[in-house]
Design a protein around this ligand. Sequence first.
Ligand code: ADQ
Length: 461
Amino acid sequence: MGRLICISNRVMTPDQMDTSGGLAVALRELLNQRSGIWAGWSGQVSESSDVDVRRGTFTSATIDMRREEHEGAYLGYSNSVLWPVFHNRLDLARFDRNFFDAYMAYNTRMADMIAAFVQPGDVIWVHDYHFLILGQLLRERGITQPIGFFLHIPMPPPEAFLALPEFRDLATSLAAYDLVGFQTTHDVGNTLACLRAAAGAELLPSGRLSISGESVQAGSFPISIDASFFSPSATGTAPTSGARYAGIKRVLGVDRLDYTKGLPQKFRGFAHLLKSYPHFRKQTILTQIAAPTRESVEVYADIRQELEGISGSINGEFGDVDWMPVHYINRSVPRKRLKTLYRSAAVGFVTPLRDGMNLTAKEYVASQDPADPGVLVLSRFAGAAEELQDALLVNPYCVEELGDALAKALAMPIEERRQRHALLQAVVSKRDTAVWAADFLVQLERSAAQARSPFVASPAA
Ligand code: ADQ
């Protein structure tokens, strides 16, 4: 088996013991097994061109971003253009030609660094929207090894994709990969529609997509979590969800503080519950953990202020000396604490307006006591909804629907809670992140072999 080279925006170094998430754990395991290289951003902004290489059970290779790249490629093109457009928020996109130039410049420097490492037999796996065009830049440097790409965020419909001034370049650059992976079958459908509209792509009888004389395989690989970490039978787990917050049922939200996560609507949905179902007053609280993120992008500062305003007004309207309905915590919490919180919550309230997958939904399910599980209320527009059909699925834009779903969840009989949870748990525990990554890599090598086989019809044949 050849070495694996992973490229993602943030990177773990071999000396970093504390892995913050399931994906980091899974990638580290894979890289250990395949004496791989993890390449990306060091997290530092400087004018240095040095590559920081650290060797351990795997190797990390990182570069600093130059100030112009940080502003133009990272805060600019990645997070103020691609992120809003791919989440169908054209109104929040900031189109600026300099952003794309900086994105190209940063991807080019990353391609140069990786090209210097690649050896025969290596397999390359590029992650996410920060590096959409990296595959093409690697091909231009003569790299013929298998290259796969996985998009962690949703693929937009063509109406949004075509609003990107660079839509043609982005669409054709995907043809450089052997495999492009998405979170859901819906994303794969959008990809086909976008590539058709942007670059005249066609679906070949082999199932591959042909774009500008090249062919690429597209597939759905729903990402999962490290379910065993969250399992209630794991050591160090808190009391069951039966022992609720002093007799009060907790509705829990855990999100990055991002406009895609639908937090204002979520808060208003909770207010609707208190207004329309007054018997739940003093019987329930909403705990919202919201980790600050991308604070130097203006819209992120706006949403923070908006949420402080809404939570204050709900507490002002409904709160009492002995009960505050909204507990809004504006920071990140350690994963062990998160597990305890998930376990103690009667309802997992996960209502993004749009989300690639949403790992919180899966983590909540995995943390429940099967004998007395809580209820997952989940947005239809989270990628996770494609698999988690037995959650209470809601329209996250409709505040009344959110409040009604909470009322239903809080009153749900134990038999129904157990039944729904068993079905959801079966999905979550079926494939963990390690299985997800292994599936992707098997498909990648298969697709690369198919593309290089003289017996497979090429698009021109
Ligand atoms: P994110 O948008 O970051 O990821 P999500 O899938 O919810 O969204 O993952 C967040 C992770 O961070 C979860 O593991 C969660 O536990 C943790 N987290 C969130 N808020 C936290 C807090 N306040 N404190 C501590 N931990 C917190 C992107 C895409 C998603 C996709 C993932 C993985 O936007 O759609 O599911 O990548 O592919």
